[in-house]
Design a protein around this ligand. Sequence first.
Ligand code: HT9
Ligand code: FE2
Length: 376
Amino acid sequence: MNPAGHPDVKPYDALLVLSFGGPEKPEDVVPFLENVTRGRGIPRERLEQVGEHYFLFGGKSPINDQNRALIAALEKDLADNGIDLPVYFGNRNWDPYLADTVARMKADGIQRAAVFATSAYSSWSSCRQYRENLWDAVEQVEGAPRLDKLRQYYNHPGFIEPAVDACVAALEQLPDHGDAARLVFVTHSIPTAMAETSGAPEDDPANVGAQPRDAYVKQHRSAVDEVASRVRARTGRAHRHDLVYCSRSGAPSTPWLEPDVNDHLEELARDGGTQVVLAPIGFVSDHMEVIYDLDTEAMATAERLGLQAVRAATAGTDPRFVAMIRDLVLERAAAERGESPERRAVGSMPAGPDLCGVGCCPNPRGPRPALCGRDS
Ligand SMILES: CC1=C(CCC(=O)O)c2cc3nc(cc4[nH]c(cc5[nH]c(cc1n2)c(C)c5CCC(=O)O)c(CCC(=O)O)c4C)C(CCC(=O)O)=C3C
Ligand SMILES: [Fe+2]
Protein backbone atom coordinates (compact mmCIF):
# COMPACT_ATOMS: atom_id res chain seq x y z
CA MET A 1 0.00 0.00 0.00
CA ASN A 2 1.18 3.54 -0.67
CA PRO A 3 0.51 6.45 1.74
CA ALA A 4 -2.96 7.01 0.21
CA GLY A 5 -3.88 3.41 1.09
CA HIS A 6 -3.76 2.26 -2.52
CA PRO A 7 -1.77 -0.71 -3.85
CA ASP A 8 1.76 0.41 -4.61
CA VAL A 9 2.79 0.30 -8.28
CA LYS A 10 6.06 2.16 -7.77
CA PRO A 11 8.45 2.19 -9.73
CA TYR A 12 5.94 2.01 -12.60
CA ASP A 13 4.13 5.00 -14.02
CA ALA A 14 2.44 3.21 -16.94
CA LEU A 15 1.37 -0.15 -18.31
CA LEU A 16 1.93 -1.06 -21.96
CA VAL A 17 -0.21 -3.74 -23.64
CA LEU A 18 1.94 -5.26 -26.39
CA SER A 19 0.30 -7.34 -29.10
CA PHE A 20 0.56 -8.73 -32.61
CA GLY A 21 -1.78 -6.36 -34.47
CA GLY A 22 -4.09 -7.20 -37.33
CA PRO A 23 -5.73 -5.56 -40.35
CA GLU A 24 -8.85 -3.41 -39.82
CA LYS A 25 -10.09 -3.25 -43.44
CA PRO A 26 -9.53 -5.05 -46.77
CA GLU A 27 -6.84 -2.59 -47.97
CA ASP A 28 -4.83 -3.39 -44.84
CA VAL A 29 -4.59 -7.13 -45.44
CA VAL A 30 -1.69 -7.32 -47.90
CA PRO A 31 0.48 -4.67 -46.17
CA PHE A 32 -0.19 -6.39 -42.83
CA LEU A 33 0.90 -9.76 -44.23
CA GLU A 34 4.00 -8.11 -45.68
CA ASN A 35 4.83 -6.72 -42.22
CA VAL A 36 4.40 -10.14 -40.60
CA THR A 37 6.37 -12.16 -43.12
CA ARG A 38 9.21 -9.84 -44.22
CA GLY A 39 12.30 -12.03 -44.61
CA ARG A 40 10.53 -15.13 -43.32
CA GLY A 41 10.46 -17.29 -46.45
CA ILE A 42 6.74 -18.06 -46.17
CA PRO A 43 5.57 -19.60 -49.50
CA ARG A 44 3.41 -17.28 -51.67
CA GLU A 45 0.62 -19.90 -51.66
CA ARG A 46 0.35 -19.91 -47.88
CA LEU A 47 0.18 -16.09 -47.84
CA GLU A 48 -2.62 -16.07 -50.40
CA GLN A 49 -4.54 -18.62 -48.31
CA VAL A 50 -4.10 -16.62 -45.11
CA GLY A 51 -5.15 -13.45 -46.97
CA GLU A 52 -8.36 -15.26 -47.92
CA HIS A 53 -9.04 -16.04 -44.26
CA TYR A 54 -8.97 -12.30 -43.53
CA PHE A 55 -11.08 -11.42 -46.60
CA LEU A 56 -13.69 -13.96 -45.48
CA PHE A 57 -14.15 -11.74 -42.42
CA GLY A 58 -14.33 -8.48 -44.40
CA GLY A 59 -10.58 -7.84 -44.26
CA LYS A 60 -10.78 -7.24 -40.53
CA SER A 61 -9.04 -9.21 -37.81
CA PRO A 62 -10.79 -9.38 -34.45
CA ILE A 63 -7.52 -8.89 -32.58
CA ASN A 64 -7.39 -5.08 -32.32
CA ASP A 65 -10.98 -4.80 -31.07
CA GLN A 66 -10.27 -7.60 -28.59
CA ASN A 67 -7.25 -5.70 -27.31
CA ARG A 68 -9.15 -2.41 -27.07
CA ALA A 69 -11.85 -4.20 -25.05
CA LEU A 70 -9.18 -5.73 -22.80
CA ILE A 71 -7.61 -2.32 -22.23
CA ALA A 72 -10.99 -0.75 -21.40
CA ALA A 73 -11.65 -3.53 -18.88
CA LEU A 74 -8.15 -3.15 -17.46
CA GLU A 75 -8.50 0.63 -17.05
CA LYS A 76 -11.69 0.08 -15.11
CA ASP A 77 -10.17 -2.70 -12.98
CA LEU A 78 -7.17 -0.53 -12.10
CA ALA A 79 -9.34 2.48 -11.27
CA ASP A 80 -11.72 0.35 -9.18
CA ASN A 81 -8.72 -0.86 -7.21
CA GLY A 82 -7.34 2.61 -6.57
CA ILE A 83 -4.45 2.26 -9.00
CA ASP A 84 -3.62 5.30 -11.08
CA LEU A 85 -1.71 3.87 -14.04
CA PRO A 86 -2.24 4.93 -17.65
CA VAL A 87 -2.51 2.03 -20.11
CA TYR A 88 -0.87 2.25 -23.54
CA PHE A 89 -1.30 -0.03 -26.57
CA GLY A 90 1.37 -0.96 -29.11
CA ASN A 91 1.62 -3.68 -31.77
CA ARG A 92 4.36 -5.54 -33.59
CA ASN A 93 2.69 -5.61 -36.99
CA TRP A 94 -0.02 -2.95 -37.23
CA ASP A 95 -1.25 0.39 -36.06
CA PRO A 96 -0.79 1.48 -33.28
CA TYR A 97 2.82 0.46 -33.91
CA LEU A 98 4.98 -0.14 -30.86
CA ALA A 99 7.62 2.49 -31.71
CA ASP A 100 4.91 5.18 -32.15
CA THR A 101 3.41 4.24 -28.80
CA VAL A 102 6.80 4.36 -27.07
CA ALA A 103 7.35 7.83 -28.59
CA ARG A 104 3.98 8.93 -27.22
CA MET A 105 4.81 7.51 -23.79
CA LYS A 106 8.04 9.49 -23.78
CA ALA A 107 6.20 12.67 -24.82
CA ASP A 108 3.76 12.07 -21.94
CA GLY A 109 6.68 11.92 -19.52
CA ILE A 110 6.50 8.19 -18.78
CA GLN A 111 9.73 6.93 -17.24
CA ARG A 112 9.19 3.26 -16.53
CA ALA A 113 6.42 0.97 -17.73
CA ALA A 114 5.45 -2.64 -17.13
CA VAL A 115 4.71 -4.49 -20.38
CA PHE A 116 1.96 -7.08 -20.74
CA ALA A 117 2.27 -9.14 -23.94
CA THR A 118 -0.85 -10.91 -25.23
CA SER A 119 0.94 -14.23 -25.41
CA ALA A 120 1.18 -16.53 -22.40
CA TYR A 121 4.01 -18.90 -23.37
CA SER A 122 7.75 -18.97 -24.09
CA SER A 123 9.17 -19.32 -27.62
CA TRP A 124 10.86 -17.01 -30.09
CA SER A 125 7.50 -16.19 -31.76
CA SER A 126 5.53 -15.77 -28.56
CA CYS A 127 8.09 -14.16 -26.27
CA ARG A 128 11.56 -13.31 -27.50
CA GLN A 129 10.35 -11.69 -30.72
CA TYR A 130 8.33 -9.25 -28.57
CA ARG A 131 11.51 -8.59 -26.55
CA GLU A 132 13.36 -7.83 -29.82
CA ASN A 133 10.52 -5.50 -30.79
CA LEU A 134 10.91 -3.70 -27.44
CA TRP A 135 14.65 -3.32 -28.03
CA ASP A 136 14.04 -1.90 -31.52
CA ALA A 137 11.40 0.55 -30.29
CA VAL A 138 13.63 1.84 -27.49
CA GLU A 139 16.50 2.20 -30.02
CA GLN A 140 14.28 4.32 -32.25
CA VAL A 141 13.01 6.67 -29.55
CA GLU A 142 15.64 8.78 -27.85
CA GLY A 143 14.98 9.03 -24.13
CA ALA A 144 12.42 6.20 -24.28
CA PRO A 145 11.00 4.98 -20.97
CA ARG A 146 12.42 1.85 -19.38
CA LEU A 147 10.24 -1.14 -20.32
CA ASP A 148 9.90 -4.28 -18.18
CA LYS A 149 8.08 -7.21 -19.79
CA LEU A 150 5.98 -9.14 -17.27
CA ARG A 151 6.58 -12.87 -16.77
CA GLN A 152 4.80 -15.68 -18.64
CA TYR A 153 1.34 -16.33 -17.27
CA TYR A 154 0.20 -19.64 -18.83
CA ASN A 155 0.09 -21.07 -15.27
CA HIS A 156 -1.42 -18.10 -13.44
CA PRO A 157 -4.82 -18.95 -11.91
CA GLY A 158 -6.27 -15.88 -13.69
CA PHE A 159 -5.55 -17.63 -16.99
CA ILE A 160 -6.35 -21.21 -15.91
CA GLU A 161 -9.66 -20.59 -14.10
CA PRO A 162 -11.48 -18.94 -17.04
CA ALA A 163 -10.24 -21.79 -19.28
CA VAL A 164 -11.76 -24.35 -16.88
CA ASP A 165 -15.11 -22.53 -16.84
CA ALA A 166 -15.04 -22.25 -20.63
CA CYS A 167 -14.54 -26.02 -21.02
CA VAL A 168 -17.32 -26.78 -18.52
CA ALA A 169 -19.68 -24.38 -20.33
CA ALA A 170 -18.80 -25.94 -23.69
CA LEU A 171 -19.47 -29.45 -22.35
CA GLU A 172 -22.89 -28.27 -21.17
CA GLN A 173 -23.77 -27.32 -24.75
CA LEU A 174 -23.29 -30.89 -25.96
CA PRO A 175 -25.97 -33.59 -25.70
CA ASP A 176 -25.89 -35.52 -22.37
CA HIS A 177 -23.76 -32.72 -20.88
CA GLY A 178 -20.90 -33.81 -23.11
CA ASP A 179 -20.46 -37.05 -21.21
CA ALA A 180 -18.66 -38.67 -24.12
CA ALA A 181 -16.60 -35.62 -25.07
CA ARG A 182 -12.84 -35.41 -25.51
CA LEU A 183 -11.19 -32.15 -24.53
CA VAL A 184 -9.07 -31.11 -27.49
CA PHE A 185 -6.73 -28.28 -26.47
CA VAL A 186 -5.40 -26.32 -29.42
CA THR A 187 -2.43 -24.01 -29.71
CA HIS A 188 -0.42 -22.36 -32.47
CA SER A 189 2.02 -24.72 -34.16
CA ILE A 190 5.63 -23.56 -34.44
CA PRO A 191 8.63 -25.18 -36.16
CA THR A 192 9.87 -28.13 -34.06
CA ALA A 193 13.35 -26.54 -34.02
CA MET A 194 11.84 -23.38 -32.46
CA ALA A 195 9.95 -25.48 -29.93
CA GLU A 196 13.08 -27.41 -28.93
CA THR A 197 15.13 -24.25 -28.37
CA SER A 198 12.35 -22.41 -26.50
CA GLY A 199 13.27 -21.70 -22.88
CA ALA A 200 16.83 -21.30 -21.66
CA PRO A 201 19.85 -23.63 -21.82
CA GLU A 202 19.98 -25.36 -18.44
CA ASP A 203 23.77 -25.77 -18.42
CA ASP A 204 24.33 -21.99 -18.11
CA PRO A 205 24.75 -21.16 -14.40
CA ALA A 206 23.07 -17.78 -15.04
CA ASN A 207 19.85 -19.65 -15.86
CA VAL A 208 18.93 -21.04 -12.44
CA GLY A 209 15.16 -20.61 -12.14
CA ALA A 210 14.75 -19.77 -15.84
CA GLN A 211 12.30 -21.60 -18.09
CA PRO A 212 13.63 -25.05 -19.11
CA ARG A 213 14.43 -25.92 -22.74
CA ASP A 214 11.41 -27.20 -24.69
CA ALA A 215 9.44 -24.65 -22.66
CA TYR A 216 6.74 -24.07 -25.29
CA VAL A 217 5.45 -27.65 -25.16
CA LYS A 218 6.20 -28.18 -21.44
CA GLN A 219 4.26 -25.03 -20.50
CA HIS A 220 1.33 -26.05 -22.68
CA ARG A 221 1.31 -29.54 -21.16
CA SER A 222 1.29 -28.04 -17.68
CA ALA A 223 -1.62 -25.74 -18.59
CA VAL A 224 -3.77 -28.34 -20.34
CA ASP A 225 -3.21 -31.02 -17.68
CA GLU A 226 -4.21 -28.53 -15.00
CA VAL A 227 -7.30 -27.32 -16.86
CA ALA A 228 -8.38 -30.89 -17.73
CA SER A 229 -7.99 -32.19 -14.18
CA ARG A 230 -10.03 -29.27 -12.83
CA VAL A 231 -12.71 -29.88 -15.47
CA ARG A 232 -12.87 -33.57 -14.48
CA ALA A 233 -13.17 -32.57 -10.83
CA ARG A 234 -16.09 -30.30 -11.74
CA THR A 235 -17.99 -32.72 -13.98
CA GLY A 236 -17.08 -35.96 -12.20
CA ARG A 237 -16.37 -37.45 -15.64
CA ALA A 238 -13.16 -38.94 -17.01
CA HIS A 239 -12.91 -36.78 -20.14
CA ARG A 240 -9.72 -37.64 -22.01
CA HIS A 241 -7.68 -34.70 -23.22
CA ASP A 242 -5.13 -33.97 -25.93
CA LEU A 243 -2.82 -31.13 -26.98
CA VAL A 244 -2.89 -30.45 -30.73
CA TYR A 245 -1.87 -27.65 -33.08
CA CYS A 246 -3.29 -25.24 -35.63
CA SER A 247 -2.11 -22.61 -38.13
CA ARG A 248 0.95 -24.44 -39.46
CA SER A 249 2.90 -22.25 -41.87
CA GLY A 250 6.35 -22.20 -43.47
CA ALA A 251 7.80 -24.48 -46.14
CA PRO A 252 6.28 -27.98 -46.26
CA SER A 253 9.80 -29.44 -45.80
CA THR A 254 10.23 -27.75 -42.40
CA PRO A 255 8.80 -29.84 -39.54
CA TRP A 256 6.27 -28.05 -37.31
CA LEU A 257 4.58 -29.30 -34.13
CA GLU A 258 1.89 -31.92 -34.79
CA PRO A 259 -0.73 -33.33 -34.83
CA ASP A 260 -2.76 -30.73 -36.68
CA VAL A 261 -6.21 -30.27 -35.16
CA ASN A 262 -7.95 -31.46 -38.35
CA ASP A 263 -5.88 -34.66 -38.56
CA HIS A 264 -6.54 -35.25 -34.88
CA LEU A 265 -10.30 -34.98 -35.40
CA GLU A 266 -10.00 -37.57 -38.20
CA GLU A 267 -8.26 -39.90 -35.80
CA LEU A 268 -10.83 -39.36 -33.06
CA ALA A 269 -13.64 -40.13 -35.48
CA ARG A 270 -11.84 -43.30 -36.64
CA ASP A 271 -11.54 -44.34 -32.97
CA GLY A 272 -15.31 -44.03 -32.59
CA GLY A 273 -15.32 -40.59 -30.93
CA THR A 274 -18.60 -38.68 -31.10
CA GLN A 275 -18.14 -35.42 -29.17
CA VAL A 276 -15.33 -32.87 -28.80
CA VAL A 277 -14.68 -29.60 -27.07
CA LEU A 278 -12.14 -27.47 -28.96
CA ALA A 279 -10.35 -25.41 -26.32
CA PRO A 280 -8.00 -22.72 -27.74
CA ILE A 281 -5.53 -22.78 -24.84
CA GLY A 282 -2.80 -21.09 -26.90
CA PHE A 283 -4.78 -17.88 -27.45
CA VAL A 284 -5.83 -15.23 -24.95
CA SER A 285 -8.67 -13.89 -27.09
CA ASP A 286 -10.51 -14.65 -30.32
CA HIS A 287 -7.76 -14.10 -32.88
CA MET A 288 -8.07 -14.96 -36.56
CA GLU A 289 -6.58 -18.38 -35.78
CA VAL A 290 -9.55 -18.99 -33.48
CA ILE A 291 -12.33 -17.67 -35.70
CA TYR A 292 -10.90 -19.14 -38.91
CA ASP A 293 -8.68 -22.14 -38.11
CA LEU A 294 -10.99 -23.43 -35.35
CA ASP A 295 -14.49 -21.98 -35.79
CA THR A 296 -14.46 -22.23 -39.57
CA GLU A 297 -12.03 -24.93 -40.71
CA ALA A 298 -11.88 -27.37 -37.76
CA MET A 299 -15.65 -27.06 -37.22
CA ALA A 300 -16.20 -27.98 -40.89
CA THR A 301 -13.90 -30.98 -40.43
CA ALA A 302 -15.86 -32.07 -37.36
CA GLU A 303 -19.14 -31.73 -39.20
CA ARG A 304 -17.88 -33.74 -42.17
CA LEU A 305 -16.79 -36.48 -39.75
CA GLY A 306 -20.11 -36.46 -37.90
CA LEU A 307 -18.45 -35.28 -34.67
CA GLN A 308 -20.45 -33.00 -32.39
CA ALA A 309 -18.09 -30.13 -31.56
CA VAL A 310 -18.26 -26.97 -29.46
CA ARG A 311 -15.50 -24.38 -29.24
CA ALA A 312 -14.68 -23.17 -25.73
CA ALA A 313 -14.32 -19.43 -25.10
CA THR A 314 -10.94 -17.69 -24.78
CA ALA A 315 -10.03 -15.59 -21.71
CA GLY A 316 -10.94 -12.34 -23.51
CA THR A 317 -12.11 -9.85 -20.89
CA ASP A 318 -12.92 -12.36 -18.16
CA PRO A 319 -12.61 -10.35 -14.89
CA ARG A 320 -10.18 -12.95 -13.48
CA PHE A 321 -7.92 -12.57 -16.50
CA VAL A 322 -8.05 -8.78 -16.20
CA ALA A 323 -7.32 -9.00 -12.46
CA MET A 324 -4.37 -11.28 -13.29
CA ILE A 325 -2.75 -8.44 -15.24
CA ARG A 326 -3.12 -6.16 -12.21
CA ASP A 327 -1.67 -8.92 -10.01
CA LEU A 328 1.33 -9.34 -12.33
CA VAL A 329 2.02 -5.59 -12.30
CA LEU A 330 1.79 -5.39 -8.50
CA GLU A 331 3.95 -8.52 -8.13
CA ARG A 332 6.65 -7.15 -10.41
CA ALA A 333 6.52 -3.69 -8.86
CA ALA A 334 7.06 -5.22 -5.41
CA ALA A 335 9.95 -7.33 -6.74
CA GLU A 336 11.55 -4.23 -8.29
CA ARG A 337 11.28 -2.50 -4.91
CA GLY A 338 13.27 -5.38 -3.42
CA GLU A 339 10.33 -7.12 -1.76
CA SER A 340 9.49 -10.85 -2.14
CA PRO A 341 5.93 -10.92 -3.48
CA GLU A 342 3.81 -14.03 -3.73
CA ARG A 343 4.04 -15.36 -7.30
CA ARG A 344 0.83 -17.16 -8.05
CA ALA A 345 1.11 -20.29 -10.20
CA VAL A 346 -0.82 -23.56 -10.54
CA GLY A 347 0.04 -26.85 -12.23
CA SER A 348 3.31 -28.72 -12.55
CA MET A 349 5.63 -25.79 -13.21
CA PRO A 350 6.65 -22.93 -10.90
CA ALA A 351 6.06 -19.26 -11.65
CA GLY A 352 8.50 -18.09 -14.30
CA PRO A 353 11.23 -15.54 -13.64
CA ASP A 354 10.96 -11.79 -14.24
CA LEU A 355 13.89 -11.81 -16.66
CA CYS A 356 14.27 -14.37 -19.44
CA GLY A 357 17.34 -16.61 -19.26
CA VAL A 358 20.60 -16.17 -21.16
CA GLY A 359 20.21 -17.62 -24.66
CA CYS A 360 16.46 -18.03 -24.13
CA CYS A 361 14.28 -18.77 -27.20
CA PRO A 362 16.86 -17.84 -29.88
CA ASN A 363 15.84 -16.17 -33.12
CA PRO A 364 16.01 -18.85 -35.86
CA ARG A 365 17.59 -16.34 -38.25
CA GLY A 366 20.48 -15.47 -35.94
CA PRO A 367 21.03 -13.45 -32.78
CA ARG A 368 19.27 -10.11 -32.38
CA PRO A 369 19.37 -7.90 -29.29
CA ALA A 370 16.35 -8.07 -27.00
CA LEU A 371 15.22 -6.25 -23.86
CA CYS A 372 14.14 -7.87 -20.58
CA GLY A 373 16.63 -10.76 -20.43
CA ARG A 374 19.39 -11.58 -17.94
CA ASP A 375 21.82 -10.74 -20.73
CA SER A 376 20.33 -7.37 -21.77
C1 HT9 B 1 3.46 -18.97 -31.55
C2 HT9 B 1 2.66 -17.99 -32.38
C3 HT9 B 1 1.62 -17.18 -31.95
C4 HT9 B 1 1.01 -17.13 -30.56
C5 HT9 B 1 1.70 -16.12 -29.74
C6 HT9 B 1 1.32 -14.68 -30.04
O1 HT9 B 1 0.14 -14.35 -29.93
O2 HT9 B 1 2.22 -13.91 -30.38
C7 HT9 B 1 1.20 -16.40 -33.07
C8 HT9 B 1 0.19 -15.44 -33.03
C9 HT9 B 1 -0.36 -14.77 -34.11
N1 HT9 B 1 -0.06 -14.94 -35.43
C10 HT9 B 1 -0.86 -14.10 -36.16
C11 HT9 B 1 -0.83 -13.98 -37.56
C12 HT9 B 1 0.12 -14.55 -38.39
N2 HT9 B 1 1.18 -15.35 -38.03
C13 HT9 B 1 1.93 -15.72 -39.12
C14 HT9 B 1 3.06 -16.52 -39.15
C15 HT9 B 1 3.63 -17.22 -38.04
N3 HT9 B 1 3.13 -17.27 -36.76
C16 HT9 B 1 3.98 -18.04 -35.96
C17 HT9 B 1 3.81 -18.32 -34.62
C18 HT9 B 1 2.86 -17.71 -33.78
N4 HT9 B 1 1.96 -16.74 -34.17
C19 HT9 B 1 5.06 -18.48 -36.82
C20 HT9 B 1 6.21 -19.31 -36.33
C21 HT9 B 1 4.82 -17.98 -38.10
C22 HT9 B 1 5.69 -18.16 -39.32
C23 HT9 B 1 6.41 -16.89 -39.67
C24 HT9 B 1 7.38 -16.47 -38.61
O3 HT9 B 1 8.39 -17.17 -38.42
O4 HT9 B 1 7.14 -15.44 -37.97
C25 HT9 B 1 1.32 -15.08 -40.26
C26 HT9 B 1 1.83 -15.15 -41.71
C27 HT9 B 1 1.02 -16.10 -42.49
C28 HT9 B 1 1.33 -17.51 -42.04
O5 HT9 B 1 2.52 -17.87 -42.16
O6 HT9 B 1 0.43 -18.17 -41.55
C29 HT9 B 1 0.19 -14.38 -39.81
C30 HT9 B 1 -0.80 -13.58 -40.62
C31 HT9 B 1 -1.70 -13.36 -35.28
C32 HT9 B 1 -2.76 -12.30 -35.67
C33 HT9 B 1 -4.08 -13.01 -35.73
C34 HT9 B 1 -5.21 -12.07 -36.02
O7 HT9 B 1 -5.17 -11.30 -36.99
O8 HT9 B 1 -6.21 -12.15 -35.26
C35 HT9 B 1 -1.40 -13.77 -34.00
C36 HT9 B 1 -2.01 -13.30 -32.70
FE1 FE2 C 1 1.37 -16.29 -36.12
